[in-house]
Write a protein that binds this ligand. Structure first.
Ligand SMILES: NC(=O)C1=CN([C@@H]2O[C@H](COP(=O)(O)OP(=O)(O)OC[C@H]3O[C@@H](n4cnc5c(N)ncnc54)[C@H](OP(=O)(O)O)[C@@H]3O)[C@@H](O)[C@H]2O)C=CC1
Ligand SMILES: O=C(O)CCCC(=O)O
Length: 411
C-alpha cells in the first residue's frame, strides 16, 4: 500500500508541485524536489516495515524465555508546518502507517491543500478510510483535543519551539509519547583550510533553500579571518545572481516569504544589525516586486549582540561573523539554546573530527550545506526537540517494546 502511495506521488509530481507553489510560494523546482523527497519517506518506511525485528534475550533461569516484541503505539496525531507541507507530513505518516498506527494530521492553516492532496492519493493507494485523516481548522481546538484525548497515544509535531512547549505541557496529563522537531539557529563555519568555492555553494543551499525558511537553514555564518574577504565577495556575487519572483515563473530561485509577520521579522533583524554596526553588503530591504518579497541579503560585521545571533530569522538573511580560532568558533556556535543542525567546511581531518564531536546539535554537515535524506536520522538536541525522523530510528518513535516473560517452559 505504501509503495503504491509512493508511486502515485511520483506520477502526480507536477500537480502536487503546482499545488505547493501556489499555496506556499517556493519555486517549482523546489516543489518538485520536495514531492520527490516526501515520496522517499513513504518508500523508505514501506521497506523498513519489513524489518520491525524484536529480540529473544537469554534468560538467567533455565525454565524461562525472554521476548521483546515491537508493537504499534496506537492512534497517533501529527501537527505539521507550512514550510515543507508535503515532506513534513510524509516523514510522520510514513513511519506511523508502516508501524501499524492510525494517524490524524492537522496541517498548517497556510498550506492545507498539499496535505489534502496527499490524503486523496492515500485513499487511491488503498489506505482504508479512517486510518489516515487530515483535519483542517482551529490549531488550538484541534491541538487541544489531540493532546488531551487519551485515545491518542503519541503526538508528533514540527514547528516553532514556542508551540512545541505548549503541546508538551498539554500532553502531560495523558503522558503522551512526543516527537518534537522545533526551531534551530544553525551555525555555518568556514575555516581557513576550507575549499572556499565549495563553502560558498554550501552556504547558498543551506541559507537560501525555501527562501531561508527551513529549520536547518544556516542562521549564523562564521568565517575565519584568513578567508573572510574571499568568501564574502564570492557569496555576495552568488546572492546577487539569484532571481526573486513568482515561483511558477521560469528561472525564479527565490519565492515570497510566507506572511507579513515573516517580512517584518527579517526587517527587524536587518534594522537591529545596522543599528549595532553591521553593514548591508547586498539586499537589506523589501523587493521592488512588493507583496511578501524580500531581497536576498548579506550582512557583514555581524556580532554576538545582534538579534540574529540568538533568534532564528527564518528568511533570506545571511549574517557573516568573523572569527580567529577554532575554540572561539565552537564556543560561538554552541552559544544558543537550540541544537538542530550545524555545518562547517574544513579539510584537516583532525579538525573535522574535533569540531564534529564538539558541536552541540543533532545534525552536523561537514563540507556540505544539504544533509536531508530519508535514510538519515533528522532531529535536534537542547531546545530543538525530541526524537528522530527518517532513517531506521524514525520507526522506533511509533513502536512500543513489549517484554514477554515466558516461564515454566520446562513443564
Ligand atoms: N521547525 C520548523 O520547521 C518550523 C519552524 N517554524 C518557526 O516558527 C516561527 C513561526 O512560524 P509559525 O507558522 O507561526 O509556526 P507554528 O509553530 O505556529 O506552526 C506550526 C504548526 O503548529 C500549529 N499550531 C500553532 N499553534 C498551535 C497550538 N496552540 N496548538 C496546536 N497547534 C498549533 C500551526 O497551525 P496553524 O497554521 O493553524 O496556526 C501549524 O500547523 C517561524 O518563523 C520559524 O521560526 C515555523 C514552521 C516550521
Ligand atoms: O524546516 C524543517 O522543519 C524541515 C527541514 C526540511 C528538511 O531538510 O528535511
Amino acid at each position: 500500500m505504501l509503495r503504491r502511495l509512493n508511486d502515485l506521488m511520483l506520477a502526480n509530481v507536477d500537480d502536487l508541485a503546482l499545488i505547493m507553489t501556489t499555496e506556499q510560494g517556493k519555486p517549482m523546482a523546489e516543489s518538485r524536489g520536495e514531492i520527490a523527497y516526501a515520496a522517499s519517506f513513504i518508500e523508505w518506511f514501506a521497506e523498513e516495515a519489513r524489518r520491525v525485528y524484536g529480540d529473544t534475550i537469554p534468560a538467567p533461569q533455565a525454565d524461562r524465555r525472554i521476548l521483546a516484541l515491537k508493537q504499534p503505539v496506537g492512534v497517533t496525531a501529527a501537527i505539521t508546518p507550512w514550510n515543507f507541507p508535503a515532506a513534513m507530513l510524509t516523514r510522520k505518516a510514513g513511519p506511523a502507517l508502516a508501524a501499524g498506527c492510525a494517524m490524524v494530521v492537522k496541517p498548517a492553516t497556510q498550506t492545507p491543500f498539499s496535505a489534502l492532496a496527499f490524503a486523496e492519493l492515500a485513499e487511491r493507494a488503498g489506505v482504508p478510510k479512517g486510518l489516515l485523516s487530515v483535519l483542517t481548522g482551529s490549531a488550538s481546538k484541534i491541538g487541544g483535543e489531540m493532546t488531551r484525548n487519551p485515545v491518542v497515544r503519541k503526538l508528533t509535531f514540527t514547528g516553532s519551539t514556542e508551540v512545541g512547549r505548549t503541546l508538551m505541557k498539554q500532553s502531560a496529563d495523558t503522558i503522551k509519547k512526543l516527537s518534537l522537531e522545533l526551531g534551530g539557529n544553525a551555525p555555518f563555519i568556514v575555516f581557513d583550510d576550507a575549499d572556499v568555492d565549495a563553502a560558498v555553494e554550501g552556504a547558498m543551499v543551506s541559507k537560501y533553500r525555501n527562501t531561508g525558511q527551513t529549520c536547518v537553514c544556516a542562521n549564523r555564518i562564521y568565517v575565519q579571518r584568513g578567508v573572510l574577504d574571499d568568501f564574502t565577495r564570492k557569496l555576495v556575487a552568488k546572492v546577487e545572481a539569484m532571481k526573486v519572483g513568482d515561483g511558477t515563473a521560469p528561472g525564479v530561485t527565490q519565492g515570497p516569504l510566507i506572511d507579513a509577520k515573516a517580512v517584518e521579522k527579517i526587517e527587524e533583524h536587518v534594522a537591529d544589525a545596522v543599528a549595532k554596526g553591521g553593514k548591508v553588503l547586498t539586499g537589506g530591504k523589501r523587493h521592488a516586486l512588493g507583496g511578501l518579497f524580500y531581497e536576498p541579503t548579506v550582512i557583514g560585521g555581524a556580532t554576538a549582540g545582534m538579534l540574529f545571533a540568538r533568534e532564528e530569522t527564518f528568511g533570506p538573511l545571511a549574517p557573516i561573523f568573523a572569527f580567529d580560532t577554532e575554540e572561539e568558533a565552537i564556543a560561538a556556535a554552541n552559544d544558543t539554546e537550540f541544537g538542530l543542525a550545524s555545518y562547517f567546511y574544513a579539510r584537516d581531518i583532525g579538525r573535522i573530527m574535533r569540531v564534529a564531536e564538539a558541536l552541540e546539535s543533532g545534525i552536523v554537515g561537514v563540507n556540505t550545506g544539504l544533509v536531508s535524506t530519508a535514510e538519515a536520522p533528522f532531529g535536534g538536541v537542547k531546545q530543538s526537540g525530541l526524537g528522530r525522523e527518517g532513517s531506521k530510528y524514525g520507526l522506533d518513535d511509533f513502536l512500543e517494546v513489549k517484554y514477554v516473560c515466558l516461564a515454566g517452559i520446562d513443564k
